[in-house]
Design a protein around this ligand. Structure first.
Ligand code: HEC
Ligand code: HEC
Ligand code: HEC
Ligand code: HEC
Ligand code: HEC
Ligand code: HEC
Ligand code: HEC
Ligand code: HEC
Length: 202
């Protein structure tokens, strides 16, 4: 009888340790999981992170804060010497087929990937996306005189002072669909319309 109890106790203790360890490991694991399942009112979205990592040139294609290196590739690295960024709006440069952020921006590895939701939050983001320097400074500072990297360092990596980051849905829709339009048009786009049910499961 004693023997049985001992065995039971050992089993229970073993299970407790296993459960305890699992409980301790799970939150970490969940973060690095290969798949994300986003629950929302338009229908859950299953996002295969591992698969997508293989589709992109660099993590920074999606995790853009990694980009904030002051080094840039000159257009002339790939184009005629006459090609110049001055002829374009930045937003248009991003839309050109054959380009992604890492085509032109060197990747800085001083910052690691973060959850999109830590900056892009649900709900209202109306208003100006970039807040002017003279909101806080009397000196007539001009963003062009600084690299973005320096601006971030000076302001201790807080983005909110200068940005009113767009909402989660818009951030996802814009980033995910920009790439699908380029790389998977046959499946995601019908008559120039993005197919909602490619992502939103009903
Ligand atoms: C196609 C876009 C895409 C690519 C490429 C990509 N990621 Fe992600 N990553 C995401 C999305 C979306 C999430 C989920 C964030 C959320 O829940 O808001 C995420 C989450 C993460 C997280 C968890 C962050 C947290 O705190 O929850 C880490 C770490 C991460 N990615 C690292 C990487 C690394 C390293 C690479 C390159 C090897 C990479 N990612 C490539 C889109 C991408
Ligand atoms: C790392 C290489 C690379 C860099 C750097 C680069 N581009 Fe491109 N660019 C490409 C590729 C590849 C294409 C696609 C060509 C195609 O599909 O025929 C392209 C296409 C374009 C096009 C479309 C019209 C055309 O000539 O094919 C424009 C406009 C353009 N790039 C502007 C720029 C500007 C402006 C810069 C600098 C701010 C720049 N690119 C930097 C590689 C690059
Ligand atoms: C075709 C090249 C090209 C592509 C693609 C591109 N950029 Fe840029 N980017 C530039 C150039 C050139 C500048 C500096 C001139 C300017 O401000 O217009 C710049 C400026 C910036 C700045 C301002 C701060 C700085 O360092 O000067 C940020 C932040 C930035 N880009 C982020 C991005 C992100 C995020 C993406 C992808 C979504 C992206 N860029 C795609 C060429 C590019
Ligand atoms: C550290 C904060 C931060 C994180 C983390 C972050 N963003 Fe952003 N994002 C910004 C800021 C600031 C801007 C500039 C203001 C704006 O355009 O909303 C921006 C701009 C954008 C834009 C518009 C510019 C462009 O690239 O076309 C998209 C789309 C976007 N983010 C998507 C994402 C996605 C998807 C993730 C996660 C994979 C992510 N962001 C993670 C802060 C962040
Ligand atoms: C939300 C308020 C806010 C905005 C907007 C802002 N800054 Fe700042 N900035 C600060 C604060 C606060 C400091 C002091 C930081 C410290 O000393 O730790 C600072 C410091 C600086 C410094 C260091 C020298 C000095 O005057 O203290 C420079 C340079 C600077 N900012 C440039 C800019 C530029 C360029 C812009 C616009 C692109 C800008 N800032 C937008 C709040 C802001
Ligand atoms: C001191 C002000 C300042 C701070 C702090 C700052 N930014 Fe910016 N950011 C700017 C300005 C100004 C631009 C536009 C620059 C340009 O287009 O030349 C910009 C552009 C961007 C863009 C490109 C937007 C687009 O649509 O092309 C992204 C992405 C971005 N910032 C992300 C971030 C993130 C993430 C952080 C925090 C880690 C951050 N920024 C902190 C001033 C700031
Ligand atoms: C770097 C480009 C790129 C980005 C960014 C991107 N995707 Fe994709 N995605 C792809 C490619 C390529 C496929 C494969 C299409 C095919 O099989 O023809 C795909 C397929 C998918 C599929 C369909 C899987 C299937 O076969 O049924 C879903 C769902 C999806 N992506 C969700 C997302 C979400 C959500 C985001 C944003 C968080 C995102 N993707 C961002 C390139 C991208
Ligand atoms: C590339 C994949 C993808 C496609 C295609 C897509 N969505 Fe989304 N959608 C998302 C993601 C990711 C979210 C954010 C989910 C979250 O916040 O957890 C989202 C969020 C939403 C939300 C917000 C729901 C809420 O609860 O706040 C609505 C509404 C929405 N999408 C509608 C649409 C419509 C309409 C279409 C077609 C025109 C569409 N989506 C196409 C990925 C996609």
């Amino acid at each position: 009888m004693n023997g049985k109890i001992t065995v039971l106790l050992i089993l229970l203790a073993g299970m407790a340790i296993l459960l305890g360890t699992a409980g301790y490991l799970l939150p970490e694991h969940k973060k690095n999981t290969d798949r994300y399942y986003f629950q929302n009112s338009a229908g859950a979205v299953l996002f295969d992170h591992q698969f997508h990592t293989e589709q992109a040139e660099e993590c920074a294609v999606c995790h853009h804060p990694l980009l904030l290196s002051s080094e840039k590739n000159e257009c002339s690295m790939c184009h005629d010497p006459e090609m110049s960024p001055e002829y374009f709006e930045h937003a248009d440069l991003i839309e050109i087929p054959g380009h992604s952020c890492v085509t032109c921006h060197a990747v800085s590895d001083s910052r690691s990937p973060q959850n999109c939701r830590s900056c892009h939050q649900k709900g209202n983001t109306s208003g100006q996306l970039i807040i002017s320097c003279d909101n806080c400074h009397d000196d007539s500072y001009n963003p062009e005189s600084f690299s973005h990297d320096d601006l971030v360092d000076i302001h201790e990596a807080s983005c909110e002072g200068c940005h009113n980051a767009r909402g989660t849905d818009e951030a996802y829709h814009q980033q995910c669909n920009r790439c699908h339009r380029k790389e998977a048009e046959d499946r995601f786009v019908v008559k120039n319309e993005i197919q909602c049910n490619m992502c939103h499961l009903k």
